[in-house]
Design a protein around this ligand. Structure first.
Ligand code: ZN
Ligand code: ZN
Length: 122
């Protein structure tokens, strides 16, 4: 490994670490781990780094919590659908139905399951 290779590796690893940070945080999934790993892979030759980064990307996509993202009603950041509490601002991103205790979308005014209108306010 020489300096040029190290720079190329950095250019490859940094966007990946940033993408991992955004996606893993939105899914509340060990983002510190996924940001850290690409950055320790830069200390090998470029070809090995590329192969390891690709393997890492495939592993991440297989392992990450599946599901669509929705916008947090408080901080507007993308958050995994099934999370109740926003991983960014730590506020409730959903309401809870006081009748059947189902999570209810923030903008809904009644529970989609039992049609109750008694929902938590925040
Ligand atoms: Zn939020
Ligand atoms: Zn309900």
């Amino acid at each position: 490994m020489n300096l040029v290779e190290l720079l190329i590796n950095l250019v490859l690893a940094i966007p990946m670490a940033i993408w991992f940070y955004k996606d893993a945080r939105a899914r509340d999934y060990m983002w510190y781990f996924w940001v850290f790993v690409p950055l320790i892979l830069i200390f090998s030759s470029t070809i090995i780094t590329i192969v390891l980064l690709l393997i890492l990307l495939v592993c991440y996509i297989m392992l990450r919590p599946k599901g669509n993202l929705f916008k947090c009603p408080h901080c507007q950041k993308a958050v995994l659908e099934e999370l109740f509490v926003c991983p960014f601002c730590r506020k409730n991103a959903k309401r809870e139905c006081l009748n059947c205790h189902e999570p209810v979308p923030w903008e809904a005014d009644q529970c989609p399951k039992c049609k109750s209108r008694s929902l938590t306010k925040e």
